[in-house]
Ligand binder design. Structure first.
Ligand code: UDX
Length: 439
């Protein structure tokens, strides 16, 4: 375990990777260009919500195995293996991925590389990026070809990031030669020893594994949500349908949860970037189904707004709407492309008085949608509401008592956007319970 590791970019992915690599016994130096973020991390204060990560961060700041910097000079001098974990968001106004941060990371690091080292890309990038970056790295680095590149996509889920990083389903590495493969086998030795499959591929295959996985997951969710649309037209119940399908182990029950659909910093932008890249490669037809996957997903948000309006007799004007949930999914404070926040903003734009509550995402939600009103608690958010919308399935919301809520709302209308509340329980407490894809 001679290697010293660095991690460039300390967001959800990078901060988790850095702390987990320290947990595996490495000396790790994390870098971000955002000084405020680095100051907080260095003080043991995680700048976002991720269960189990803050204790790990604090433990390895204390053990001395984990440090943070804003200096690329320090980073280059310290590390033998440099992980690139910066974001690749959607470009404004188009589908393609914005590679500004990946380019900046390589351009800042490469000219400082004076001894042999391995740069490992973990960010999700369009297929073809790694080959281009490997050439640029060798060209810009003083050590030339001895600055090598590997691509090692990351599959962690927010909310389970620590577990997914320490005990992943599989490790995928894209390499051009055997040296980098051996180095990564050493870095991940503990994980490999647990029996985790270690898949060695070329660059484009490794890059594609990540986007193909996300495209498949998005397709599965949109499939069941398309079935929900058909259920709505026929009076069928999509939750029963999904349950029945899940017993076929070729289909399986995971990611077959019907509801408001997917959001977050990965699935939506990754399928769009994949379509954009396929277009550049002349194979756009191969992925044209993803356009439909995206459209089905967006239609769920519209349907939710329509259903709420319907319950209010056809208009939001002057009516009060209590929204439970702002994060794109539970156990996260991430509101990027959040279906919940999107629905809340759209109802407000249509004249509704909307109050939102989320157990963890209030700060991010306020920043993203400053014009919405925010409650202090779930009860506070639904006070005086003519309709309650359950949009992110936090355990706290699942456990709410319909009787308690009934004491503060103006009218007992609830729409379950995640199909996890018990309709019988709510109906027997006098609520008008509605859900997506159910009668
Ligand atoms: C996802 C992938 O799972 C992960 O492997 C990849 O590296 C990054 O993108 P994440 O964005 O953290 O991870 O969220 P995930 O748990 O996959 O959920 C994605 C979205 O799908 C959420 O908005 C969730 O609410 C929604 N979803 C999930 C459904 O609508 N129905 C389901 O059955 C499952």
């Amino acid at each position: 375990m001679a290697q010293r590791l660095t991690v460039i970019g300390t967001g959800y992915l990078g901060a988790t990777h850095a702390a987990c690599m320290a947990e595996l016994g490495f000396d790790v130096l994390g870098l971000d260009v955002d000084k405020k973020k680095i100051d907080r991390l260095a003080a043991g204060d995680l700048p976002f919500f991720e269960p189990g990560l803050e204790p790990l961060l604090q433990r390895h700041l204390a053990s001395g195995r984990l440090r943070f910097t804003t200096s690329y000079e320090e980073l280059a001098a310290f590390g033998d293996v440099h992980f690139v974990c910066v974001g690749t968001p959607q470009k404004a106004g188009e589908y393609a991925a914005d590679l500004t941060y990946v380019d900046a990371a390589i351009n800042s690091l490469a000219p400082l590389l004076e001894r042999p080292c391995l740069v490992v890309g973990k960010s999700t990038v369009p297929v073809g990026t790694a080959a281009m970056l490997a050439d640029r790295l060798a060209e810009l680095a003083p050590v030339g070809e001895h600055a090598r590149l590997a691509w090692n996509p990351e599959f962690l889920r927010e909310g389970f990031a620590v577990k997914d990083t320490l005990h992943p389903d599989r490790l995928v590495v894209g390499v051009r030669s055997e040296g980098p493969e051996q180095i990564l086998r050493e870095v991940y030795a503990a994980t490999i020893a647990e029996g985790t499959p270690f898949i060695v591929a070329d660059y484009p295959t490794a890059e594609l594994v990540k986007v193909a996985a996300n495209a498949f997951l998005a397709t599965k969710i949109s499939f069941i949500n398309a079935m929900a649309e058909v259920c709505e037209a026929t009076g069928a119940d999509v939750t029963k349908l999904s349950e029945a399908l899940s017993h076929d182990d070729r289909i399986g029950g995971k990611f077959l949860g019907p509801g408001l659909g997917f959001g977050g910093g990965c699935l939506p932008k990754d399928i769009r970037a994949f379509m954009a890249r396929a277009g550049e490669l002349g194979v756009d037809q191969a992925l044209s189904f993803l356009r439909e996957v995206d459209a089905i997903n967006i239609r769920r948000r519209i349907r939710m707004v329509d259903l709420a309006r319907e319950l209010l007799g056809g208009s939001f004007t002057g009516r009060t709407v209590g929204v439970l949930g702002a994060a794109f999914k539970p156990n996260s404070d991430d509101v990027r492309d959040s279906p919940a926040l999107d629905v809340a903003a759209s109802i407000r734009a249509q004249g509704g008085h909307v109050t939102v509550y989320d157990p963890q995402a209030m700060h991010n939600a306020r920043r993203a949608q400053p014009d919405l009103k925010y409650g202090e608690s779930a009860l506070d958010a639904v006070r005086g509401a003519h309709v309650v919308l359950h949009l992110t399935e936090w355990a706290e919301f699942r456990e709410m008592s319909p009787d308690t809520l009934a004491t503060v709302v103006a009218e007992r209308n609830i729409v379950d956007g995640r199909n996890v509340l018990d309709p019988e329980q709510w109906r027997s407490a006098g609520w008008n319970y509605r859900a997506l894809g159910r009668p």
